[in-house]
Write a protein that binds this ligand. Structure first.
Ligand code: NAP
Ligand code: GDP
Length: 316
């Protein structure tokens, strides 16, 4: 009999696909993995969420499912981001409680931290002030996950915790030009610019700064947390503050991955969003001092190669 039954919500997405890949590499551990998407249950529905847990009886949960989007989708749908994510998170954590799940690791994001803050911020700053205006709906809903984790622990001794990744990218991302994040948007635009011999258009000034991490690296840390991390306190997963780069530098890496020789243009009519959200990875380094992040040039090349190979089926 399998020692753990690990249910992964949001398994068809960017992070969930990477968790599937890493879990496959560890097939000899003997756990039973159950990967689900919205096709298996709409987690906004309490009844469907309960039925899903009843069916699979998980002992452990990696909760990734969420309404997700880049800056421009957030600007348009703050209310939807708030309501959808509040419902999903309340249903999933309540189902974990009712079904005696031993541990649940959920996912926050560094874009939910206060906007007006001293950098680099750390886990203790999560609730210190209002988030950036552009994504306050998403941010407050995600912050409530941490509130619920603490409340389930104080009232019922549950081990529900969370991971806080910086900007993630990789295969199976949402490459939609309007809704997606910066990196997949740039990968898609680089593809079109090269194919159509057009200028490569970067939105905004290119000066905002981000800490990018590869989805496969994040998946390794999340699986480690599921097995080894027993605190309720969330843990930021990021490259160091010194590895933060500008959107312009990220765009140049995409250009190199395509060997694109055309013009790069900055459309400054588009919003820059938050200038930076530099996060400290000190807590993660106390647990995982030797963890090696995939070099960004290599990870972008792998992402570009995946996108080119899977252009017809990629989310775009
Ligand atoms: P994604 O690629 O958009 O995937 C979202 C996943 O959630 C999909 O599997 C989707 O299922 C599922 N989902 C959405 N609504 C659902 C619903 N109502 N019921 C059931 N499942 C639903 O997102 P991602 O980038 O992998 O994000 C995963 C987690 O990481 C999220 O919690 C996100 O906030 C967090 N995160 C992401 C980033 C980033 O840069 N991408 C950064 C920090 C944190 P379908 O495929 O069936 O729609
Ligand atoms: P954020 O990191 O949460 O702010 O969200 P994004 O991943 O959407 O990154 C937004 C930043 O990237 C802003 O400075 C945008 O102006 C810039 N950017 C440049 N090109 C693109 C693009 O094609 N898509 C998106 N979403 N952002 C872009």
């Amino acid at each position: 009999m399998a020692s753990k039954v690990i249910l992964v919500t949001g398994a068809s997405g960017l992070v969930g696909s990477a968790v599937q890949k890493v879990a496959l590499e560890e097939h000899d551990v003997g756990d039973k993995w159950v990967f689900v998407s919205s096709k298996d249950a709409n987690l906004e529905s309490e009844a469907e969420t309960m039925a899903l847990f009843e069916k699979h009886k998980p002992t452990h949960v990696i909760h990734l499912a969420a309404m997700v989007g880049g800056l421009f989708r957030n600007l348009k749908f703050n209310l939807d981001f708030f309501r959808c994510n509040m419902k999903i998170n309340d249903n999933v954590l309540h189902a974990c409680f009712v079904h005696d799940v031993n541990k649940c690791v959920s996912c926050l994001s560094t874009c939910v931290f206060p906007d007006n803050i001293t950098y680099p911020f750390d886990e203790s700053n999560l609730h210190d002030g209002p988030p950036h205006d552009s994504n306050f709906g998403f941010a407050y809903a995600k912050r409530m996950l941490d509130v619920m984790n603490r409340a389930y622990n104080s009232q019922h001794k549950c081990t529900f915790t969370s991971v806080i990744p910086t900007n993630v990218y990789g295969p199976h991302d949402n490459f939609n030009l309007q809704d997606g994040h910066a990196l997949p948007g740039l990968v898609h635009k680089g593809y079109l610019a090269k194919k159509e011999n057009n200028p490569f258009v970067v939105w905004g000034t290119g000066s905002p700064r981000r800490q990018f991490i590869y989805s496969v690296d994040l998946a390794r840390v999340i699986i480690w947390m599921l097995r080894e991390y027993n605190e309720i306190t969330p843990m930021i997963v990021s490259v160091g503050a010194e590895d933060e780069i500008s959107i312009k530098e990220a765009a140049e890496m995409v250009v190199r991955a395509y060997d694109y020789k055309g013009k790069i243009v900055f459309d400054t009519s588009k919003s820059d969003g938050q200038f930076k959200k530099t996060a400290s990875n000190e807590l993660m380094r106390t647990y995982l001092p030797d963890f090696k992040f995939t070099p960004m040039e290599q990870a972008i090349q792998e992402t570009v190669d995946w996108f080119v190979k899977n252009y017809d089926i990629a989310r775009k």
